[in-house]
Design a protein around this ligand. Structure first.
Ligand SMILES: *Cc1c(COP(=O)(O)O)cnc(C)c1O
Length: 379
């Protein structure tokens, strides 16, 4: 028996909705199902405007254009994140400025942001790691004081809670992912949430190849034409149809993932109490995650490959991420660290993610935990 790290799933009427989308005779973007997804995201997350994109990467690229990033502009972000967070801004000539993370949440350390701001700083990009929200009140206050825009990388944080608000709907812009490794999936997929009303019209134009096509379809202009830079950022209606079925069951998906996290925690708590490994810290006051990820830390960097090899032999596919961006070849070329990043460098070498997906049975999660236990007890 073997347990994969991730397994894409259907949960409802995905295939039926795709068949229906074909029958409706509209397969390109912004059809019936895409519009249902837009309304759902606006209502359930509290965004002013939601626009499906073909990935979170695409939403981040739109955000960089909307922030009007020019060559040399600086963008503050964590180094401990996926490449797209930085790449989107580098594509516009921006310079990622990497700031260290908090030891408890692995999120951007808000207390280090102010010292990283220079006259060239244009935006702050908090990443809600593992679906647990960053300290958005502090980050928004800093940004407002400095006249900076905030782009949330909420790829992992769909439907998480930050003091009664939804990550992605707090900053000027928020970027979501529906990649098959995330909570709610459409294979590839994403969304841009536009929360700053001044950016809505331009967001629609950038997404439609730099044309005012959306306004044309609403009857607001009598012909459509090229008015700005842009690209094709919108997904096919087939993706919208699949995603709509997932959104209908989003709460159930999150409940199941949170249950699996609780199973892992319960099964490993005594090992953590005995100091053999480290488990995720409790969520900060007023913050609750969406069960996106279950991770643990080995005590030393040397222990991690041994644990991964032990799990592999036991048929468990566990993984680690990320190589910190400030230490990667492109990160060195295009960005810079705001200062020393000791927490990032330490935790990145010791983090291990356990299998977690909607279809994972609780018994199988216990079997995974038992394999982890066997490793630590044999040492
Ligand atoms: C997954 C992820 C992305 C990229 O999402 P795609 O939809 O695959 O483009 C960006 N940022 C973070 C933090 C992610 O976890």
């Amino acid at each position: 028996m073997s347990t994969p790290f991730n397994k894409p799933f259907t949960i409802g009427a995905e295939l039926e909705y795709i068949t229906d989308a074909v029958a409706r005779g509209h397969l390109s973007g912004d059809g019936h199902y895409t519009k249902l997804c837009h309304r759902w995201l606006e209502q359930n997350l509290g965004a002013q405007r939601a626009l499906l994109t073909h990935s979170c990467t695409a939403a981040l690229e739109m955000a960089a254009i909307l922030c009007d990033i020019r060559p040399g502009d600086e963008v503050i972000m964590p180094s401990y994140t996926f490449v797209s967070t930085a790449n989107a801004f580098v594509l516009r000539g921006g310079v990622p400025v990497f700031v260290d993370i908090r030891r408890d949440t692995l999120n951007l350390d808000e207390s280090l942001i102010e010292a990283a701001i220079t006259p060239k700083t244009k935006a702050i990009v908090p990443v809600h790691y593992a679906g647990v929200a960053c300290e958005m009140d502090a980050i928004m206050a800093l940004a407002r004081r400095g006249g900076l825009l905030v782009v949330e990388d909420a790829a992992q944080a769909v439907l998480s809670d930050y003091r009664g608000r939804r990550p992605g709907a707090i900053g000027d812009l928020g970027c979501l992912s529906f990649h098959e490794t995330k909570n709610v999936i459409s294979g590839e997929g994403g969304a841009l949430l536009v929360n700053n009303p001044a950016l809505i019209e331009r967001a629609e134009i950038i997404r439609e190849k730099g044309t005012n096509r959306s306004q044309f379809f609403r009857g607001e202009v009598d012909k459509y034409t090229w008015v700005d830079i842009g690209s094709s950022f919108l997904p096919s209606e087939l993706i919208g149809a699949f995603l709509w079925a997932q959104l209908e069951h989003a709460e159930a998906i999150i409940a199941q993932r949170r249950r699996l996290c609780a199973v892992y925690r319960e099964a490993l708590q005594d090992l953590a109490d005995a100091g053999r490994l480290l488990l995720p810290q409790p969520e900060p006051e007023g913050v609750s995650g969406n069960g996106h990820m279950f991770y643990l830390f080995t005590r030393t960097a040397a222990e991690r490959p041994a644990l991964l090899a032990h799990l592999k032999a036991a048929g468990v596919h566990a993984v680690f991420h990320y190589v910190p961006l400030h230490a990667s070849p492109a990160g060195r070329r295009y960005g810079r660290a705001a200062g020393p990043l000791p927490v990032t460098e330490d935790l990145a070498e010791r983090l291990v993610r356990l299998p977690l997906y909607y279809g994972l049975a609780e018994d199988e999660a216990r079997r995974v935990a038992a394999a982890v236990r066997q490793f630590f007890e044999s040492r």
